[in-house]
Design a protein around this ligand. Structure first.
Ligand code: ZN
Length: 239
């Protein structure tokens, strides 16, 4: 299994790795800083540099559905790459940092809107969560105000590990109604925003809420009688 360095340090932008396998699905490495598509967060893009200086663009990272292996999808010709080769990895940090900021913003949103989450997704510019509100209306001005208050409070965001059994004993931590965390695993990562939010999550996050930056509620949409979709954007991008 590929060692997932982004779990230990989401801020790591470069690493060295050995090529384990090259297949039609992508390149497998012994360790990686590339986050694979999952939990609503896009897979990383970036570059892989060979010993002779040849650079290969990685367009996308995802997990093989059958094996769970992390696959790096090259853009262009990967024929000079071979198994066992040592390569340098570099992620597209500007894009990933936006993912980290928006992902952390969605944790704040799940704390501000106190309803079960039925789905979510994010990009480097926008993010959304769908809530089962039982028909309640949501006030975009209130949500935006609360989000920016929590951003300004500069709360620390930290990770810790618990067992599936411990998590099963605290079902109130699980806010996503549609996707259950992998309770069979010996270790599940909890992400805590001090005093605001605690939930299992495998994505990448910023260290403090101030790093998210100012947010804007781009829209609140009705998705059926019970469901409401809240779409966030970075305030600096404008409407
Ligand atoms: Zn998360």
């Amino acid at each position: 299994m590929t060692r997932a360095l982004y779990n230990d340090d989401a801020y790591r932008t470069e690493a060295r790795a050995a090529v384990v396998a090259i297949g039609p699905g992508g390149i497998e490495l012994h360790q990686t800083i590339f986050y694979p598509l999952g939990g609503g967060q896009p897979g990383d893009s970036g570059w892989l540099t060979m010993a002779d200086g040849q650079r290969l663009r990685i367009a996308e990272t995802r997990r093989d559905k059958a094996t769970g292996s992390i696959l790096h999808l090259p853009e262009g010709d990967a024929s000079s790459l071979c198994t066992g080769m040592s390569v340098t990895l570099e992620i597209d940090w500007a894009r990933r940092h936006c993912h980290m900021r928006m992902h952390s913003a969605l944790h704040l949103l799940s704390a501000v809107v106190r309803h079960g989450v039925t789905g979510g997704n994010l990009s480097d510019t926008v993010g959304r969560l769908d809530f089962d509100t039982n028909g309640d209306m949501l006030d975009p001005n209130f949500i935006e105000h609360e989000l920016n208050r929590l951003v300004a409070e500069d709360r620390p965001i930290t990770n810790r590990l618990i067992s599936g059994g411990e998590l099963a004993a605290q079902p109130e931590l699980i806010k996503t109604l549609s996707v259950k965390p992998p309770m069979h695993l010996p270790c599940i990562r909890l992400v805590e925003i001090e005093g605001i939010d605690l939930q299992p999550c495998g994505g990448t996050h910023v260290r403090r809420t101030s790093e998210i930056g100012e947010l804007r509620v781009a829209k609140v949409e009705s998705k059926g009688a019970r469901n409401r979709r809240v779409v966030l954007a970075f305030a600096e991008i404008g409407s």
